[in-house]
Design a binder for this molecule. Structure first.
Ligand SMILES: O=C(O)CCC(=O)C(=O)O
Ligand SMILES: [Fe+2]
Length: 355
C-alpha cells in the first residue's frame, strides 16, 4: 500500500484526468494501480457464495399473492427480482445500451461532463467517495436527479438523454405499484408512502464496470446497504452483483436475467417499517470478463427534504408491544450521515437507532 501522501497524490491525478476507470483501461493499463487495491483480508472473504437465489415476485400473479411474496421477500431478504412488471425488454435494453454509449464516448467528450459537484442535475465521475474510502472501486458512474427539482434535460448528454428520461418514467410507474403493495404488506393505507412523497425524490445512478486487469485485488462496489427508501436495478448480462442473506449467513449471486428488475429495500424503509422490512446488504465483484458490466439503479426517497420534514416508524405500526426502534430523522440528516462516511453498511440505521 502506498504512503498516505502518495495515495492522495495518486487519487488526485486519477480524478484530474476526468476520464475515470474507463480512461485507465483505454490507456492500455495491464496492472491495477495501488489506489484500487482492496485489503487482502477483505478480499479473501469474497468467494463464500452459496447456490441460493434471491426471491422472485411475479407481478402478474393475483394481487394478494404478489403482496404476500413482496412482504416475505422484504422481510426475510430485503431484495427480490420482479418479473412481469410491464416494462418492455426493449426499453431495458435501450437504457443499458444508452448508458454504455455514454461511457464509451471518446475521453475528450466524456471528460467535459466529469464533476464532483453535488448540484441537482447530471454528474459523471468515478467513485463518489474517492477521497474518503480505504480503496477505490473499479467503476465509473453517472447520476441524474429527476425529482423533486426537475433537471434541465439539456444538461444530460445527448447520447443517453432520451433513454434516461424514458427509464425514469417507466420505473416510476412500477415503483408506485411496488410501494402500494409494500404498504398493503405492512397493513397500512396503500398510498401511505406516496403521501409521504416517496415517489418524488428520484435519482438515477448508472454504473459502468470495465474489465478489470486484476479482478482478484479489486472490487466493483463495496458491501453496503442503500441509505434511502427503495432502489430498482437493471443490469446487462455480465454478473457480479451479490446480496447477503442474513438468514443463511452467506453471499448470494444475483444472476442477470433479461428483463428482470431487482428491487432493494433501503435503510429508510427499514426505519419507516420499524424493522418489518430489512435493508439488503449487497456488493459487486470487480469485472473479470472481457466485456463491460452496466447497471442502472433508480433510487426513491421522500421528495420533501426540509429540516422540518421528519420520517420515522409509521405510527400505525407502533404499540406498547412494538415500540419504535428508531427515532425520526429528516433528509438533511440522512444525507449528511450518508455522505460523511465511506459507502458502507447500515450507517443511517446505526445513527437513529433507539436504545
Ligand atoms: O451495480 C450494481 O449492481 C449495484 C450498485 C449499487 O448497489 C448501488 O449503486 O447502490
Ligand atoms: Fe446499492
Amino acid at each position: 500500500m502506498a504512503s498516505s501522501t502518495g495515495r492522495t497524490i495518486a487519487l488526485k491525478e486519477f480524478d484530474d484526468a476526468k476520464t475515470g476507470v474507463k480512461g485507465l483501461v483505454d490507456s492500455g493499463m495491464t496492472s491495477l494501480p495501488a489506489i484500487f487495491h482492496h485489503p487482502r483480508a477483505h478480499l479473501s472473504m469474497l468467494a463464500a457464495t452459496s447456490h441460493l437465489s434471491i426471491p422472485t415476485v411475479d407481478l402478474s400473479l393475483p394481487r394478494p399473492i404478489a403482496v404476500d411474496l413482496i412482504r416475505s421477500a422484504s422481510r426475510d431478504w430485503g431484495v427480490f427480482q420482479l418479473i412481469n412488471h410491464g416494462i418492455p425488454l426493449s426499453t431495458i435494453h435501450n437504457t443499458i445500451s444508452a448508458i454504455r454509449s455514454f461511457h464509451e464516448l471518446s475521453s475528450a467528450e466524456r471528460s467535459q461532463f466529469y464533476t464532483r459537484s453535488r448540484d441537482p442535475g447530471f454528474s459523471y465521475n468515478s467513485n463518489l467517495d474517492l477521497f474518503h474510502s480505504a480503496a477505490a472501486t473499479w467503476k465509473d458512474t453517472l447520476r441524474v436527479s429527476f425529482s423533486p427539482v426537475r433537471p434541465d434535460v439539456d444538461q444530460i448528454p445527448e447520447v443517453c438523454r432520451a433513454a434516461l428520461v424514458t427509464w425514469d418514467e417507466c420505473a416510476k410507474d412500477v415503483a408506485r405499484e411496488v410501494m402500494q403493495m409494500m404498504c398493503k404488506g405492512l397493513g397500512v393505507d396503500t398510498k401511505r408512502l406516496e403521501a409521504m412523497t416517496c415517489l418524488e425524490g428520484r435519482t438515477t445512478v448508472a454504473h459502468y464496470y470495465p474489465p478489470c486487469p486484476e479482478p482478484d485485488r479489486a472490487l466493483g462496489t463495496v458491501d453496503h446497504t442503500d441509505a434511502g427508501l427503495l432502489a430498482f436495478l437493471i443490469q446487462n448480462q455480465i454478473g457480479g452483483l451479490q446480496v447477503k442473506s442474513e438468514t443463511h449467513k452467506c453471499w448470494v449471486d444475483v444472476k442477470p436475467i433479461p428483463g428482470v428488475l431487482v428491487v432493494f429495500v433501503g435503510e429508510l424503509l427499514q426505519i419507516i417499517s420499524n424493522n418489518e422490512y430489512k435493508s439488503s446488504c449487497h456488493r459487486v465483484m470487480a469485472n473479470s470478463s472481457d466485456e463491460p458490466r452496466v447497471s442502472v439503479i433508480s433510487f426513491y426517497n421522500p421528495g420533501r427534504k426540509d429540516e422540518s420534514d421528519f420520517y420515522g416508524p409509521l405510527s400505525e405500526l407502533l404499540s406498547d408491544q412494538k415500540p419504535a426502534c428508531y427515532r425520526n430523522l429528516n433528509m438533511v440528516e440522512l444525507n449528511k450521515v450518508f455522505r460523511k462516511e465511506p459507502i458502507g453498511n447500515k450507517v443511517v440505521l446505526k445513527y437513529c437507532k433507539l436504545p
